[in-house]
Structures are given as structure tokens and as C-alpha cells.
Design a protein around this ligand. Structure first.
Ligand SMILES: *[C@@H]1O[C@H](CO)[C@@H](O)[C@H](O)[C@H]1NC(C)=O
Ligand SMILES: *[C@@H]1O[C@H](CO)[C@@H](O)[C@H](O)[C@H]1NC(C)=O
Ligand SMILES: *[C@@H]1O[C@H](CO)[C@@H](O)[C@H](O)[C@H]1NC(C)=O
Ligand SMILES: *[C@@H]1O[C@H](CO)[C@@H](O)[C@H](O)[C@H]1NC(C)=O
Length: 339
């Protein structure tokens, strides 16, 4: 009786020790190691991947690699940066079936984004940024319906933004900034209920802002440095959670006096447009006065500038080159008529 209890105790101890060592060792799955070595080979064994050695565990010691610690213990995170040779993105990336996050660049990848990524059924986050990638945004990306974040910024992409991106219903963040994209912004924004981050800055996008963009509650919305025209008032609203809105350097024309601002607003840049009307008093009540940044210069605004609150520390340059703005920090409104 007594010895069997000791036996049971030892057995449990053994079991516990085995479980402990299995969880702490984090051994690279052999299939993942094989796939990663193929990627390294496809990239001509670059110095950036010199830590990828079979003598060490890919989950713990290979640069840019992470494994899922909780469940699968498979590679779920891949970063490839500072690849100096101009080479295509390795199609072998798709042989890591548990990938959740792919971050490529800065690197001299010449593209294209491999179609093989379609086989990755756990992919949430795809970033290809600061590469030599050119051509159009591939249509097949819209079939990776698990995507929540798509970042293709700082490349040489051209052509139009594909309407098919509307199929990415889980999308929360889209960054296509600093490319050469042209044509209108497609009317796809009713498709993304959880959208919070949109960055289309510094492209050659033209035409009107689509109505559906007014239905998203984005925290960051940057459309600056394009050729957008017409109304942008649908992007505003006191019920939105916008903290950064940058529409500068476009050809937008609408009545600013009719909009309401998000209470969370921390940065508003509408400079270099054709916006008219007055500045609503409510703008002084948003955000906090310490960190609020504002630029309304180079527009057609008119009337008395509201004072106090968030606007207390805003200098004259934020209001420069408008039609007839007046009052502190610009010259007083009564003097205006004597010019
Ligand atoms: C890309 O190639 C250029 C020229 O060889 C090199 O100077 C640069 O460092 C490379 N970029 C990266 C991110 O490796
Ligand atoms: C939106 O977010 C909520 C909460 O995180 C989540 O339950 C829901 O599935 C998301 N909807 C979509 C379409 O991704
Ligand atoms: C969004 O803004 C509303 C009203 O201003 C506020 O009640 C809500 O808590 C905000 N939501 C988030 C996620 O910050
Ligand atoms: C708006 O974007 C431009 C270009 O990206 C940048 O220079 C400017 O500082 C931004 N405005 C604000 C208020 O952040």
C-alpha cells in the first residue's frame, strides 16, 4: 500500500517533469525548419539571416522568427528585412502554414507578392513596406479573407486600388501610403465594420471621396498629398473617435462651418485645400490643449477664429493664407474692413 503510493507519486513527478521540459524547450517543428532553410536558400543565404542555423532552435534563436507558444508551437511570425540583393519575395514563405504575421522590408525585394500566400489560412497581418515592389495591387489579396491588417506602404505600386478589397471584411487597418496609386478611391468602406486605421497619403488618387468612407469610425485617417476634390464633410462628426485627420494637399472644397469634430481629436491638418466657411466654435473644445496640433492654412476660410481650449496654443501660421480669417492670433476682426 505504502510503496504503491510512493510509486504513484514518482510517476506523477515524472509526468510533471516531462510536461515542463516540453513546454520550455520550444523545439522548432521540423517542417518549419525545412521551410525556413528553403527561404534562406531562395534569398542566396543573406547576411541578414546568418542566425538561421540548424544547431539552434528556430523558435528561440532565429532572427525575425516567432512560434505560437500557447497552442501549436509552430512558426506564426516571420520578418524578413535588410535583404540587400534585388530578388523576388520567396514563394516558399507559403510553406509555413501557421503564419499569422508576415513583415517584409525594408528590403530590396523586387516583387511580385507571391500568389502562394493564398494557401495561408491563418494570415491576419501582411506588411510589405519599403521595397522595390512595383506593378498593381494584386487582386488575389482579396481572397486572403482572414486579413485584418494590410500594409503595402512605401513601395512603387501603381494603378487603381482594387474594388475587390471589399471582400476583406475583417480589415481593421489599410496602409497604401507613399506609392504611385491613381484613379478614384473605391466605394468599399461599408465592408469593414471594425475599421480603425486608413493611410492613403502621398499617392495620385483623384476624384471625390466615396460616401462610404463617412461610415467608418477610424482613429487614424490620412489622405494627404493626393488630388482628391469636392466634399470631405462626411469624414467629420462628434460621434467619431478620430484622433488624427490629415487631408492636407488636395483639392477638397466644402463648408467647414457645417462640420462637428471628434472629441478625441489630437491632430487636424486640412492645409492646402479649397475649404470655405468659418471655423466652428466647437473645435476649441476637442482633445486637450497641450498636445493638439492644427493646420488650416492655404484654404478659403473666413470669419472670427474661435479661442481658448484646444486652440489656446495654436500659432498664426495654422491660419495663414485664407480668404478672410480674423481675430487672435491673426489681426483683430474690426481692423479687417480697413484693408
Ligand atoms: C538596397 O540596395 C542598395 C544598393 O545596393 C543598398 O545600398 C541598400 O542598403 C539596400 N537596401 C536594403 C534595405 O537592404
Ligand atoms: C469586430 O470586432 C469584434 C470585437 O473584437 C469581433 O467580435 C467581430 O468578429 C469583428 N467583426 C469582424 C467582421 O471582423
Ligand atoms: C468613441 O467615442 C464615443 C463618444 O465620443 C465614446 O463614448 C466611446 O467610448 C469612444 N470609443 C472608443 C473605443 O474610444
Ligand atoms: C499631415 O501629413 C503630412 C505629410 O505626411 C505631414 O507633413 C504633416 O505633418 C501631417 N500633419 C499633421 C498635423 O500631422
Amino acid at each position: 500500500m505504502h510503496s504503491s503510493t510512493i510509486f504513484q507519486f514518482c510517476f506523477l513527478l515524472q509526468l510533471f517533469a516531462t510536461a515542463l521540459s516540453a513546454s520550455s524547450s520550444q523545439r522548432c517543428h521540423p517542417d518549419d525548419q525545412k521551410a525556413l532553410l528553403q527561404i534562406k536558400k531562395d534569398l542566396n543565404n543573406p547576411t541578414a539571416l546568418s542566425s538561421w542555423q540548424t544547431t539552434t532552435d528556430c523558435c528561440r534563436h532565429w532572427k525575425g522568427i516567432q512560434c505560437d507558444r500557447a497552442k501549436t508551437h509552430r512558426v506564426n511570425f516571420l520578418t524578413l528585412d535588410h535583404i540587400e540583393d534585388p530578388l523576388p519575395i520567396p514563394a516558399s514563405i507559403a510553406t509555413l502554414p501557421y503564419l499569422n504575421t508576415i513583415q517584409l522590408g525594408p528590403a530590396n525585394f523586387t516583387g511580385p507578392i507571391p500568389r502562394s500566400l493564398l494557401s495561408l489560412t491563418n494570415l491576419n497581418y501582411l506588411q510589405v513596406t519599403s521595397t522595390l515592389l512595383s506593378g498593381t495591387i494584386p487582386e488575389f489579396l482579396s481572397q486572403i479573407t482572414t486579413l485584418t491588417d494590410l500594409d503595402l506602404s512605401f513601395n512603387h505600386l501603381s494603378g487603381e486600388i482594387p474594388t475587390s478589397l471589399s471582400r476583406l471584411s475583417h480589415l481593421e487597418s489599410l496602409n497604401l501610403g507613399f506609392n504611385k496609386l491613381s484613379g478614384p478611391i473605391p466605394d468599399i468602406f461599408n465592408s469593414f465594420p471594425n475599421f480603425t486605421f486608413l493611410w492613403l497619403s502621398s499617392n495620385q488618387l483623384s476624384g471625390k471621396i466615396p460616401k462610404s468612407m463617412g461610415n467608418i469610425n477610424a482613429v487614424y485617417l490620412n489622405l494627404d498629398h493626393n488630388k482628391l476634390e469636392g466634399d470631405a464633410s462626411m469624414l467629420f462628426g462628434s460621434k467619431k473617435n478620430t484622433s488624427t485627420l490629415n487631408l492636407s494637399h488636395n483639392k477638397l472644397a466644402f463648408d467647414l462651418g457645417k462640420v462637428e469634430f471628434s472629441n478625441d481629436l489630437g491632430s487636424l491638418d486640412l492645409s492646402h485645400n479649397e475649404i470655405y466657411g468659418n471655423i466652428p466654435e466647437q473645435l476649441a473644445t476637442v482633445g486637450d490643449m497641450i498636445s493638439f496640433t492644427l493646420d488650416l492654412s492655404y484654404n478659403n476660410l473666413c470669419g472670427k477664429i474661435p479661442t481658448g481650449g484646444a486652440l489656446a496654443n495654436i500659432g498664426a501660421s495654422a491660419y495663414a493664407h485664407n480668404k478672410c480669417l480674423c481675430g487672435s492670433p491673426l489681426p483683430s476682426c474690426t481692423r479687417r474692413r480697413s484693408f
